[in-house]
Design a protein around this ligand. Structure first.
Ligand code: SF4
Length: 259
């Protein structure tokens, strides 16, 4: 992506480019397969990262710090130093059990996502037709206790609100209140089909940080976006923060003077 990209995208550092080259050596596609019907299963799960992470034990100040360091003008030169600062300040390897190299990958991705959110915010605020895309792996149940219906045409689940304490249920209600069409997708591979069928000009996506990065590379120049990274990855019981999602939806509200 060009540093002069009108979409406000941020040029990659040599470290990022090297990491991308490493990723290219992964032979199998990272996207999970799309279920063929309403059977709700996690058997086909393929995680975006090769490691598991769980940041739910970290205080909110961790995410405030990520947001703060992301809001730096000279991000390109300092990304590695920022990640090192955050990892040290919050003792990430000890608190999460992540090896240092994985912690660096994860925190770098999160800083980058927050920075891109800021860069995209103005163009996103001008969007008028919006979708909120949620990960199916955050549903309370991954078996037939989940009453969601699967729509093969759009490869999305429709939440039937069977469990009040299901985070997807809460996010669906919040998104609809804010005027979004909400989709619960089995993976990022379903997004092209969605955008082909529904011409949205603004997308909020909740996903694993690595999957968000891949989505940005594919669609970042196509549609203005905001992203919310998962706090815990995996094939099931993944988690995202509702306060973070609410902040993104509120800060992205359409400007009254938008055309
Ligand atoms: S509230 Fe919705 S997403 Fe959650 S388990 Fe029930 S139908 Fe599935």
């Amino acid at each position: 992506m060009s540093p002069h990209d009108p979409g406000g995208n941020i040029a990659k550092t040599p470290v990022e480019n090297k990491r991308d080259l490493n990723r290219l050596s992964i032979s199998s596609p990272i996207e999970p397969e799309v279920p063929s019907g309403p059977v709700l299963s996690s058997e086909s799960c393929k995680m975006a990262y090769k490691f598991s992470f769980d940041l739910t034990g970290l205080s909110r100040s961790f995410f405030r710090e990520i947001a703060k360091v992301s809001d730096q003008r000279d991000l390109h030169r300092k990304l590695g130093a920022m990640a090192e600062h955050v990892i040290t300040a919050f003792n990430i390897p000890e608190v999460t059990g992540l090896p240092l190299s994985d912690a660096v990958t994860l925190v770098n991705d999160m800083i980058d996502i927050y920075a891109r959110n800021l860069a995209q915010q103005e163009s996103f605020r001008r969007s008028s037709k919006r979708a909120l895309v949620l990960p199916h792996c955050s549903r309370k149940y991954m078996d037939n206790r989940c009453q969601a219906e699967f729509d093969p045409k759009l490869s999305t689940y429709s939440c039937r609100h069977c469990s009040q304490d299901c985070v997807v249920n809460k996010a669906v209600r919040l998104g609809e209140q804010e005027g979004y069409d909400v989709y619960v997708l089995p993976g990022g591979s379903c997004i092209p089909k969605l955008l082909a069928n529904r011409p949205y000009n603004g997308v909020v996506g909740v996903a694993c940080p690595n999957e968000i990065q891949m989505g940005i590379r594919q669609y970042g120049n196509v549609v203005p976006y905001q992203a919310v990274p998962l706090l815990r990855n995996g094939c099931a019981n993944t988690e995202f923060n509702m306060d973070t999602l609410r902040e993104v939806l509120v800060s992205g509200r359409r400007r009254p003077d938008a055309g």
